[in-house]
Design a protein around this ligand. Structure first.
Ligand code: ZN
Ligand code: ZN
Length: 722
């Protein structure tokens, strides 16, 4: 029998396949290989688990592995992580591996041209022609033919210089050199509370054992400086660090801070990299050349060679939850990866997720508090404005106390921020004549008017159409009215109220690239903006010393969803946006506009009594056995035909498993019944934390043959209930 190996492919439906291995080749588990699949070549990883029919395949039907790459093999802890994510989140192994491995061999293979550079000084022993060539090549690097062209000599001359040792092959294959961060480049002077926190983290990294820290510091307390010291320690231990950030487009200020501390930029990992840069960075992560990586959540699945530290910054952010493909929560996966790698993980936040607070109470995470702002800044004063006391004219949304505060701030040459988490002009367009609401043809959702673009956009599927000039239903002209405000409408009102103010609207429509973010920050720093109107994009990370007044236009929006985390999320969001105010010597004031000033979440924000709010929330969750006390799994079945999905939902409902500690609700039409043209039905599974809920669901789904036109999405620990 031929030598055979199991390879986990990046193809989710195929999973583990068996290949033969030539006698002379040596390979270990975790090696990355190129394998034939039909007429194509794909990537895979040598895997310990075997394909089901491994030994039944005859030798002559086995295809050989095409190539074994000489990258370091991925560790057993990495393979453990892939297996854990696959079984916990109920996703195929190949789909999980695919998040860490590029799809095509071309994405990791460097072209075979060798690059050379000048190694030795010019020697008088050389012929004048060769001396002259070396002179011209002093700062050049490139292939033989490129250098020949540059030096204006034949390729033979270049080859002779290589042979004589004057030109050497460049170690960096792609020509991109990665700088090395220096842990002692420019260490900051830390406050007493910061030093104490940094020491705890450094000690843990030196010990090199698994430990989770919740770095819980108020906005502006200098959490970043503290975890930079942890990174410095990991660098001294010659280990790699990974920092996960929620909004990758907004990393420009972060990169600058990193550079100021460590003397160079870190290696970045996100979807906008050029292919050459992506290939280089990916290889550098595998070979340990990349010492510090910052990335979006998917960077967590890269096969780091010697991970020493993981940091999840703004760890409460919902963007760490992936909602399609493999539905995972990066904050939780980060902790699991740290556990398998036996390293330190830091969750940093000013408003931790209840799940993290709970883990601290259970003694699983160590909490480090930074209760004071750094330097002379105090925390902003928070005021609730009861909107019932200020009846506003139609089409107006800003109450007099907020207008007054903004007016005074502008007079003092300070800056204001109006926060409304709604892009566009108005969330709903309605016909005054017949009551028709303009809806997306593919989703159970209203079309949102974006007046600047002259378009109506569906925020769920991206469908766009021009703003109609008459009602599509009753054909009456001039009957359509915008209902409710979006940021564009607030900007319109602000322009009326403050005609001389310089107003800038910041949403994902206007601030899409790092370059735009950098320009915006510069304008703020120069005082070229008086009022920002922004969505949640503006709530985190920014530090504007002259920003003193923050207005939360509608604090009730986030509470209306009524889902499990509605209160928690509105608390986090408002606390984050409030944290933009008064970050320097000037006092900050935050005005929360609400019709429900007595709601616990508003009360907690005004009084600053976060502990009471968290306590009440945890009690409610405990009584209802909701997360983090119990576990939820959402099961969404969808099809382009409503009858088909309804029938399958009914069938699944009839054969619901009955298992102790697992309760299954549904099927029910999803609140967002139609999404991107597919009809959706939902089940919600509620389970005790000890119940084997994944196994129960797997068995349940396997007991029925599912038509190929039906898509099933399993979301363990879901955030979305639509
Ligand atoms: Zn109409
Ligand atoms: Zn849509």
């Amino acid at each position: 029998m031929k030598r055979r190996i199991s390879v986990l492919t990046t193809n989710p439906t195929l999973g583990i396949l068996t290949y033969s291995l030539p006698e002379e080749e040596a390979v270990s588990l975790g090696h990355i290989v190129r394998i034939p699949l039909g007429p194509r070549q794909i990537l895979g990883m040598v895997w310990e688990d075997r394909a089901l029919n491994q030994n039944e395949i005859a030798d002559n039907r086995l295809r050989p592995v095409s190539k074994i790459y000489n990258f370091p093999a991925a560790s057993s802890s990495y393979r453990k992580l892939i297996r854990w994510v696959s079984s916990y989140y109920m996703a195929p192994l190949g789909a999980v591996l695919r998040m860490g491995l590029p799809l095509s061999p071309a994405a990791i293979e460097t072209k075979q041209t060798k690059n050379y550079y000048v190694l030795k000084q010019i020697s008088p022993k050389l012929t004048p022609l060769r001396q002259k060539a070396l002179e011209k090549l002093a700062d050049e690097k490139g292939s033989v033919s490129r250098l020949a062209e540059k030096a204006d000599v034949s390729a033979a001359v270049i080859r002779s210089l290589i042979k004589l040792g004057y030109l050497a092959e460049s170690k960096s294959d792609s020509g991109i050199e990665l700088p090395l961060p220096d842990p002692d480049f420019d260490p900051p002077i830390l406050s007493k509370q910061q030093s104490h926190a940094a020491e705890l983290l450094k000690t843990s990294i030196k010990k090199a054992t698994f430990k989770t820290f919740l770095l819980d510091g108020v906005t502006g307390s200098g959490k970043t400086e503290v975890y930079f010291e942890a990174i410095a320690q990991a660098l001294r231990e010659r280990k790699q660090s990974l920092i996960l950030l929620p909004e990758i487009a907004l990393t420009e200020p972060f990169l600058n801070r990193f550079q100021a501390r460590f003397g160079c930029e870190p290696v970045v990992w996100h979807s906008d990299l050029s292919q050459a840069r992506r290939r280089k960075n990916w290889q550098a992560i595998l070979t340990e050349e990349a010492k510090v990586v910052i990335g979006a959540r998917s960077a967590l699945f890269l096969p780091f060679k010697s991970m020493g530290l993981i940091i999840v910054d703004e760890a409460h952010e919902t963007s760490f939850k992936q909602e399609d493909g493999v539905c995972y929560q990066a904050r939780d996966v980060a902790v699991m990866r740290a556990k398998f790698d036996n390293i330190t993980v830091i969750l940093a936040s000013a408003t931790p997720a209840l799940e993290s607070v709970m883990q601290v109470r259970l003694g699983h995470y160590q909490e480090i508090r930074l209760p004071e702002r750094h330097g002379s800044a105090g925390l902003p004063t928070i005021h609730a404005i009861n909107m019932a006391e200020y009846p506003l004219p139609k089409g107006r949304w800003l109450a007099p106390p907020l207008i007054k505060a903004l007016t005074e701030a502008i007079e003092r040459h300070e800056q204001g921020l109006l926060f409304l988490n709604r892009r566009g002009y108005a969330p709903l367009t309605l016909c005054r004549n017949c009551g028709h609401r303009i809806q997306c043809p593919h989703c159970t959702a209203w079309m949102v008017e974006h007046r600047h673009q002259g378009q109506m956009i569906c925020h769920h599927c991206g469908f766009t159409m021009p703003v109609p000039d008459k009602c599509p239903e009753c054909q009456k002209t001039d009957s359509l009215v915008a209902c409710g405000p979006g940021v564009e409408r607030i900007a319109e009102e602000a322009t009326l109220l403050f005609p001389d103010a310089r107003i800038e609207t910041i949403t994902s429509d206007t601030l899409a690239t790092p370059k735009q973010a950098a320009e915006f920050i510069e304008k703020m720093d120069q005082g070229a903006i008086d009022i920002i109107i922004g969505t949640q994009l503006i709530t985190k990370g920014y530090h504007f010393p002259r920003l003193t007044v923050v207005g939360v236009v509608d604090a009730d929006i986030a509470l209306q969803g009524g889902d499990l985390r509605a209160s928690e999320h509105s608390f986090q969001q408002i606390a984050q946006v409030a944290g933009r105010a008064g970050r320097s010597k000037l006092d900050g004031h935050v005005f929360i506009q609400t019709y429900e000033p007595d709601m616990p979440v508003i009360q907690a924000l005004v009084s600053g009594d976060r502990e009471q709010f968290y306590q009440t929330e945890l009690e409610i969750r405990e009584i209802t056995e909701a997360p983090p006390f119990g576990r939820y799994v959402a099961l969404v079945i969808s099809s382009e035909k409503q009858e088909i999905v309804e029938a399958l939902g009914h069938k699944l409902g009839q054969i619901k498993p009955e298992v102790e500690g697992v309760e299954i609700f549904g099927p029910a039409p999803a609140p967002l019944l139609q999404l991107r043209g597919r009809y959706r039905y939902r089940f919600l599974i509620q389970a005790k934390r000890t119940a084997p809920v994944q196994k129960v669901i797997q068995k349940w789904l396997a007991s029925l043959s599912i038509p190929p036109s039906i898509r099933i999405t399993v979301d363990v620990d879901p955030y979305s209930f639509f």
